[in-house]
Design a protein around this ligand. Structure first.
Ligand SMILES: Nc1ncnc2c1ncn2[C@@H]1O[C@H](COP(=O)(O)OP(=O)(O)OP(=O)(O)O)[C@@H](O)[C@H]1O
Length: 446
């Protein structure tokens, strides 16, 4: 529209169909945004070279090329410019490819003005406190200087604006939830809720109602309406922790909710639209579970659009110093004294420690050391690393023919060795978290 005048427009719309260009232009104008248009890849590149836009919306099929190539080109030549794609109805594969290439979101044809508005609002809304002080909101900063953490921090910043589903893989205690919370807190959904759910901890028979809610009286025990996790995360983020623990029947229902962007509460007649970004995590290799038929391929494909891997702490000992300083400062703030620090020998000992429980183990270890240490320098004796048993090489299985008491002592041992990190203990025991919790409840230990 105003490209000729050289003035800067907010949005660049690329589509070869004049009526779609008009529809989008009008919708954007109503939002107070000015707009340039292009009808081909070549024209789009020209506009991009001369203007500086806040947002770009492109169709997939253009007369002289492909919208996907344009997405890739923008990532490379105009990094930082958010781009979304308009994909033909039913071509979800292409939409997912666009997300993988760096598009932050997509709308499907026929284009609905409401969907465009939501998309544009998300793209242009960046939380005011972004970058600086997420810690202040109870969101922990991702601490560490290793190349792996530096890379993750950069990815988190980039993915925060995107609406793409992200799967975070890593051992227990490596910081998967910290990463998920940061993606939420640094993005346009920060004003909405972050709803974490441990998929391994919900009893199977309650899963549907936990996720999708229920109406009062829909089953015995449903004494009041319940919104469910999806609706609780409306406008925000749903974090599916231990996603590999979902039973197959629930995986089907979850896939449907994600695809349709709608849920039907148990006992309700109609579906309700939900606007939720789904992030997920697991210590398991989801692709391997798919190959074994224990995780649905279609759900895997949907939640694993972007995959992040968090390496275990023993593979990044250079993070230990900064993490320890951060943890000690937090403990001091909590207890109201000066922060204790590590002696050089203590730091060396920690750097050599295998940390089966990762950063969570480091936190527990330092908390215990602070309690034991009566000076302001923590010595290797305070750390008592020798007291911490070596990690188990394989899951613990009770020897054949021994049940009950033996199982209990095996479980207790695994819990002690993981410092009561139940997810990690369950993993070592080769059972699901739910199975572990069931046993603990049975023994009155929950
Ligand atoms: N890079 C990091 N910077 C700051 N704190 C961290 C970092 N990594 C982990 N932590 C802290 O370590 C603890 C464990 O992290 P978190 O709960 O995110 O791990 P997780 O991988 O989600 O574990 P699980 O699989 O057991 O749920 C938390 O208290 C978290 O704040």
């Amino acid at each position: 529209m105003n490209a000729e005048s050289g003035a800067r427009a907010d949005v660049l719309v690329i589509d070869d169909e004049a009526d779609i260009r008009e529809l989008l232009e009008l919708a954007l104008l109503r939002m107070g945004l000015s707009c340039d248009t292009a009808g081909s890849v070549a024209e789009a590149r020209e506009r991009l070279a001369s203007g500086s836009y806040r947002l770009c919306l492109t169709d997939m099929r253009l007369p002289d090329g492909d919208g996907l190539d344009l997405v890739a080109y923008i990532q490379q030549a105009h990094a930082g410019l958010p781009v979304a794609v308009i994909s033909a109805h039913g071509s979800i594969d292409t939409a997912i490819r666009a997300l993988k290439l760096g598009a932050f979101d997509f709308v499907t044809k026929p284009v609905e003005v409401k969907a465009v508005r939501a998309l544009v609002e998300h793209a242009l809304r960046v939380p005011e406190h972004a970058q600086d002080e997420p810690e202040a909101d109870g969101v922990r900063r991702l601490i560490g200087r290793s190349a792996a953490i530096e890379h993750l921090r950069a990815q988190v910043a980039r993915l925060a604006r995107s609406q793409a589903p992200v799967f975070i893989h890593g051992e227990s205690g490596t910081g998967k939830e910290v990463i998920a919370r940061s993606i939420h807190a640094l993005g346009p959904r920060a004003g909405g809720a972050f709803v974490p759910v441990n998929c391994g901890a919900i009893p199977h028979e309650l899963m549907e109602s936990e996720f999708f809610g229920h109406v009062r009286g829909s089953f015995s025990g449903a004494t009041a309406d319940k919104p469910g996790l999806f609706r609780a995360a409306q406008g925000g983020t749903l974090f599916l922790d231990e996603v590999a623990e979902l039973p197959l029947a629930m995986q089907v229902k979850l896939l449907r909710a994600i695809q349709e962007r709608a849920v039907r509460p148990v006992g309700a007649h109609a579906e309700e639209a939900v606007d939720v970004r789904v992030l997920s995590a697991s210590h398991r290799d989801l692709a391997a579970l798919v190959a074994e038929g224990r995780f649905r391929q279609d759900l895997f494909y949907r939640i694993n659009v972007i995959a992040l891997h968090v390496p275990p702490l023993r593979e990044r000992p250079e993070d230990i110093e900064a993490l320890a300083a951060h943890i000690l400062a937090r403990l001091a703030a909590r207890d109201g004294g000066p922060a204790q620090r590590l002696s050089a020998e203590s730091l060396a000992a920690l750097r050599a420690h295998p940390f089966p429980g990762n950063v969570r183990e480091l936190e527990n270890l330092l908390e215990r050391a602070c309690a034991l240490c009566d000076s302001d320098v923590i010595t290797p004796a305070d750390l008592a690393l020798d007291a911490a048993p070596a990690p188990l090489a394989s899951p613990v299985t009770p020897p054949p023919g021994q049940g009950g008491d033996d199982e209990r002592s095996h479980i207790l041992r695994a819990l002690e060795e993981t410092r009561w990190n139940r997810s990690e203990a369950a993993r070592r025991l080769g059972m699901t978290l739910r199975q572990l919790r069931y046993r603990l409840q049975k023994w009155g230990m929950e």
